[in-house]
Design a protein around this ligand. Structure first.
Ligand code: GRF
Length: 195
């Protein structure tokens, strides 16, 4: 088997998608290994989950950097390079990226977004899907580019929107699909990367 691609996951909160990636990558034949978890938020619950799974996990708090996003991103980038990371997976990472970090990881950074892109970019996707009266909703894994939630989609999963759905009920239905889709998309992406 070819070398497993060294992958980092960037989180800001509970990290359930990160957990699904770690679980999938625990299989020895999975084409990526999770070597690092970073959070911009020191209180992210996912940091303890990652550490418990034996994955190096650390916070690089954005707050001391104030408005200097580039300086915060430079530190993130340094941590990724130090760990010889090849692929970056954003998983509930709630910071907008500047062209600097996106450019450093062009073609090597994925994100999971809880909508059927290009519909409902940005926040509050489940509320907006219900308000719009769509029959289906879902999640997308896409390559990260400079524009928010606009890079090439590599995988999607659909769920029905049911009568009487609340945003929470719909989010839970989508999340089940996210946990299945992201590992599958990462595996395919890792196999497709040039050596
Ligand atoms: C997920 O719904 C993800 O798609 C969105 O934020 C949520 C993060 O959840 N970007 P978790 O931290 O992975 O549990």
């Amino acid at each position: 088997m070819a070398a497993r691609r060294r992958t980092a996951v960037l989180i800001s909160g509970r990290g359930s998608n990160m957990e699904s990636l770690i679980a999938a990558a625990a299989a020895p034949d999975f084409p990526a290994e999770i070597v690092l978890v970073l959070s911009n938020n020191p209180d992210a619950g996912g940091l303890a989950t990652a550490a418990a799974a034996g994955i190096p996990a650390r916070a690089i708090d954005h707050r001391p950097f104030g408005r200097d996003r580039a300086a915060h991103e430079a530190e993130i980038d340094a941590a990724l390079r130090e760990a010889s990371v090849e692929i970056v997976c954003l998983a509930g990472y709630m910071r907008l990226l500047t062209p600097y970090l996106v450019g450093r990881w062009a073609g090597r950074m994925l994100n999971i977004h809880p909508s059927l892109l290009p519909d409902f970019k940005g926040l509050h996707t489940h509320e907006r899907a219900i308000e719009a009266g769509v029959g289906h909703h879902g999640c997308s894994v896409h390559v990260v580019t400079e524009d928010l939630d606009a890079g090439p989609v590599v995988a999607q999963a659909r769920v029905p929107v049911l009568p009487g759905d609340t945003p929470e009920a719909l989010a839970a239905r989508v999340l089940v699909e996210e946990h299945r889709l992201y590992p599958e998309a990462l595996a395919r992406f890792a196999l497709s990367l040039p050596v």
